[in-house]
Design a protein around this ligand. Structure first.
Ligand code: SAM
Length: 300
């Protein structure tokens, strides 16, 4: 595992001034980095990046941009979902030898829809200290500026790509008593918003795009309005977060929702399995739902 050499001067530059980076106690440091605006980095994050014996990152090219902006001389090593099985044990071994390891992802907070969970789990199992260095995350930036309730929220990450699995997942999330936060690909945004409107009801929502960047944008409306907008306007450029208001904020929870759920599940699986899944998601009785599905399909 590559590490800093003895002659490596541990420092970083802020506003033209060179700041010394003090030695770090051995631990795994989870360092949050900017989600677009390179100014959004904490002094503690910079000091940790400069001082760590080993700096592990998803994509060394991406992280070098940040390092170079702040004059940090480091040789980052790769740790990403494709090499985690091989790179993870090497990082744990470096930690076990008493070295400090900093982990960053391409942007935002590591482990938040990004690699790192297995490494933290392994470090904890080996009794190695794990230290968060908090900072930006697109989820919280979106939530706080969305205008939706922020007292309780649920981070749902990326939805499944397949329509049936997406409908099931949304069915599970329907009763969550807080604002829902999703990461979504711009290409799938219009479809995902339409699926949310169908499964959750037509709740108020916000599409938060290009956070902290030049073309930052917040578009608010109901899920159906937003779905229609993006179906017409096409996939937006850049990165997006979708925030959806909690239940009770405008959605209908009538039998039509259950019918739609049954039909979308039946498109992906047999009638009996669809009825069982709908029963699990809605709390209804499987025999009733099975009968209703047959009626809807004209077989009942
Ligand atoms: N770990 C990151 C974090 O803490 O936010 C998230 C990484 S995840 C692989 C990438 C997703 O985060 C994007 O697809 C998008 O949904 C969201 N995202 C990241 N940066 C963003 C930004 N500047 N504006 C809007 N969404 C962003």
């Amino acid at each position: 595992m590559a590490a800093q050499t003895e002659d490596h001067r541990r420092s970083f530059m802020v506003g033209g001034a060179e700041m010394p980076a003090r030695p770090l106690p051995p631990a795994l440091y989870l360092v949050a980095t900017p989600i677009g605006n390179l100014g959004d980095v904490t002094l503690r994050a910079l000091e940790t990046l400069a001082a760590a014996d080993v700096l592990a990152c998803e994509d060394t090219r991406v992280t070098r941009v940040l390092l170079s902006r702040y004059g940090i001389r480091q040789k980052p090593v790769a740790y990403h979902e494709h090499n985690a099985a091989e790179a993870g044990p090497k990082l744990v071994a470096a930690l076990a030898e008493g070295r400090s390891v900093a982990l960053v992802s391409d942007a935002g907070t590591p482990l938040v829809s990004d690699p790192g969970f297995r490494l933290v789990e392994a470090a904890r199992q080996a009794d190695i200290a794990v230290v968060p260095i908090p900072g930006p995350s697109a989820a919280l930036a979106a939530l706080t500026a969305s205008g939706l309730p922020s007292d309780a929220f649920f981070f749902a990450g990326f939805l499944p790509v397949k329509a049936g699995q997406r409908a099931s997942r949304l069915g599970e999330l329907k009763a969550v008593p807080g604002t829902l936060i999703f990461y979504e690909s711009p290409r799938r945004l219009a479809d995902a918003l339409a699926a949310m409107a169908e499964a959750l009801g037509d709740r108020p929502a916000a599409v938060c795009r290009e956070l902290t960047k030049t073309f930052e944008e917040f578009r608010t409306g109901t899920l159906a309005e937003l779905a229609q907008h993006y179906a017409q306007a096409g996939a937006p450029k850049g990165e997006v977060v979708v925030c959806v208001a909690p239940p009770g904020a405008g959605e209908s929870t009538d039998a039509a929702d259950v019918d739609r759920l049954l039909l979308s599940l039946a498109a992906e699986m047999g009638a009996s399995k669809a009825a069982a899944e709908a029963a699990r998601l809605t709390g209804g009785r499987k025999p009733d739902l099975y009968r209703r599905l047959l009626e809807l399909k004209g077989d009942g």
